[in-house]
Design a protein around this ligand. Sequence first.
Ligand SMILES: N[C@@H](CCC(=O)N[C@@H](CSS)C(=O)NCC(=O)O)C(=O)O
Length: 199
Amino acid sequence: MTSTCPFLYVNLHFITVFFFLIVNTHCHADHITSSGLMKKRVAGLKSAISKFSGASADILLSEGDKIAFGKHYLTVRETPGHTDGCLTFVSADESMIFTGDCLLIRGCGRTDFQQGCPKCLYDSVHDKIFTLPDNCLIYPAHDYLGQTVSTVGEERKFNPRLTMSKDEFVETMNNLNLPKPFKIDVSVSANLVCGLHGL
Ligand SMILES: N[C@@H](CCC(=O)N[C@@H](CSS)C(=O)NCC(=O)O)C(=O)O
């Protein structure tokens, strides 16, 4: 897994098929781009993404799905807000999670374009992530300060955005005024097949 393109190579034995799989946290250009490129290079490689992403992929994931690999599996949690189809992947023993762009270290994904919804993101984090054990490790998809890992306990206590009330959070997110990322407008019909440059 890389910090900017969170994909995992797993076998889906819950559906009794064994193949390499790219699991996408959400449908943004900087995440899905590598799927299309890798599918061209690796025979039999399959892609997976949320059924709410609007994307086409070999497997459409939903809340509670289990992605098994070896003795391990990841459970899918739907964590919309940054996009409609954002997913967080939780290890079987709840010792680690892969949050994509939903929860970042001391931050969170922006909610100002492509189905962004600050209220949804706030609920996703509080209901689906902050309910995990304090020592659960958080691996986000981006960090702009070089940090690679946090914990649920730390973010519940110290995340400057997610410790706000929901109203304050919505106000803050609606006024971030961040510049739009370069080349973020990937076409949904082209996704997972084409290769755009990421962020
Ligand atoms: N231009 C900045 C910020 C890049 C950015 O917008 N990152 C997204 C994730 S990729 S869509 C985001 O959600 N950022 C959250 C935030 O609070 O910045 C840069 O490259 O540094």
